[in-house]
Ligand binder design. Structure first.
Ligand code: S3P
Length: 454
């Protein structure tokens, strides 16, 4: 386990880029590995979750030459990446991956079991692909992923005709594919992973498949499919898809706007400014910017291109004077669910209390994030509590201290961001877990003016 200590920095004005977006990279890799023909994906982030998806793709017999994907994905965690970046390295560089595949018809899996590591997106979207395969495979995960709920994806895939077995509702899940029929599915819990799994299965099904969600979730799957010519129709929170085989494609994965949240928060705490270019600005991912604005952190966005349906551009974070407490409504949460840990750190450093309404879904993320956020804030000298499904954070000043990330990448990074402005340093146990989504995170924090020592 790596222990890193972050100490407060001076305000700096910085221009930088983020590693490629994890959510988008998962989807484009899966689409490329099931397309008809050759694809070329650029700026594929070296984070461990995306490597898990590459490993999944390499296990598909439709992928003509899996060696590149396999080799890229099997790089051991925390040992430095092939592209030169490390947990504490200065500049993560994405990889270019060329994938040639033979489509989804008659798709088979080369292996009996596939390791999805820590990645819920690999497992849930992977299950959607395997639902129509002519084979049987088991998707396994690490201890954290094996505790997360999988029936929410198994139930609709069974209704479509696949045979899906979970162990007590969790991973490992075994999927035996079948010819599928379209369904109309109403999700109780908003989840882009569940929605995407059903849509990916629906692309091979007889008849239309419709997914309706209580509120909008990230729509990267829909955008990519539409850009590839698939019949995808969106009306409000309802998405409908019909059978369609896409062909190979090319695209540069935009910078990760969720990773940018940690950078924006560090700039806000230190009083610096940042300009992040080449970043994804999909509105289903930028909801946290509205919350930042209500807290007193002003940002500007300029979209300058469209890549496979994704708006991409520059995000600028202005200098912040004072932070104010905020109420985040339940309807906003699904579009900023991954940003709650770092928003909670800002809330603990603000004037006035904050409330995140209806945040219960955080209990089933990479860790029980609801409990872990409270533990993190209290451990750093602040106060927070859980009231029903609400997270309540007391405003004030954090002091510093130590925090065990317990295998959760976003908590490790949120605690590290706190250390950029606390009077005492913040020590993070298990800091290497940041590599799951943001290789080079601690190097970026150092560029933002913080002291980082290992
Ligand atoms: C993701 C969806 C969200 C998010 C996760 C990535 C995705 O999970 O928390 O980090 O890429 O679809 P849920 O779909 O479970 O809400």
């Amino acid at each position: 386990m790596v222990r890193l200590t972050v100490s407060s920095g001076r305000p700096v004005d910085l221009e930088l880029e983020m590693p490629g977006d994890k959510s988008i990279a998962h989807r484009w890799l899966l689409l490329a590995a099931t397309a008809n023909g050759a694809s070329e994906l650029d700026n594929v982030p070296a984070g461990l979750d995306v490597r898990s998806t590459a490993r999944f793709c390499a296990a598909l017999a439709s992928v003509v030459d899996p060696s590149q994907l396999d080799g890229w994905a099997s790089n051991p965690p925390g040992q430095g990446q092939r592209d030169g970046s490390t947990a504490n390295g200065p500049r993560p560089r994405g990889s270019t991956l060329r994938i040639e595949a033979r489509g989804r018809h008659g798709l088979e899996v080369r292996r009996e079991s596939i390791d999805c590591g820590n990645s819920g997106t690999t497992m849930r979207l992977g299950a959607g692909i395997l639902a129509s395969a002519s084979s049987r495979a088991t998707l396994e995960g690490d201890a954290s992923l094996s505790r997360r709920p999988m029936e929410r994806v198994a139930v609709p895939l069974r209704r479509m005709g696949a045979s899906v077995a979970t162990v007590g509702g969790c991973a490992p899940i075994t999927v035996e594919g079948s010819s599928l029929r379209g369904i109309a599915h109403r999700s109780v819990v908003p989840s882009a992973q569940v929605k995407s799994a059903i849509l990916l299965a629906g692309l091979t099904a007889e008849g239309a498949t419709v997914v309706d969600e209580p509120v909008t979730t990230r729509d990267h799957t829909e955008r990519a499919l539409r850009a590839l010519g698939a019949p995808v129709h969106v009306v409000g929170t309802s998405v409908r898809v019909e059978r369609f085989q896409y062909v190979g494609f090319a695209g540069r994965v935009p910078g990760d706007v969720s990773s940018a949240a940690f950078v924006a928060a560090a700039a806000a705490l230190t009083g610096g400014t940042v300009e992040i270019s080449g970043v994804g600005l999909n509105p289903t991912r930028t909801r946290y910017l509205d919350v930042l604005a209500r807290m007193g952190v002003q940002t500007q966005r300029i979209v300058d291109r469209d890549v496979l349906g994704e708006p991409v551009g520059t995000l600028m974070v202005d200098r912040t004077a004072d932070l104010a407490g905020v109420t985040v409504e339940g309807a906003e949460l699904p579009e900023l669910i991954d940003e709650v840990p770092v928003l909670a750190i800002l809330a603990a450093s603000a004037r006035g209390d904050s409330r995140f309404v209806g945040a219960g879904e955080l209990r089933v993320k990479e860790s029980d994030r609801l409990g872990a956020i409270v533990r993190m804030i209290r451990g750093l000298g602040g106060d927070a509590a859980i009231e029903g499904d609400d997270l309540v954070v007391a405003g004030g000043d954090l002091d510093g201290g130590s925090f065990d990330a317990a295998g959760d990448h976003r908590l490790a990074m949120a605690a590290a961001v706190a250390g950029t402005a606390t009077p005492r340093p913040v020590a993070i146990e298990g800091a290497e877990v940041a590599d799951v989504s943001f290789p080079g995170f601690f190097g970026t924090l150092a560029r933002l003016g913080a002291g980082v020592e290992g």
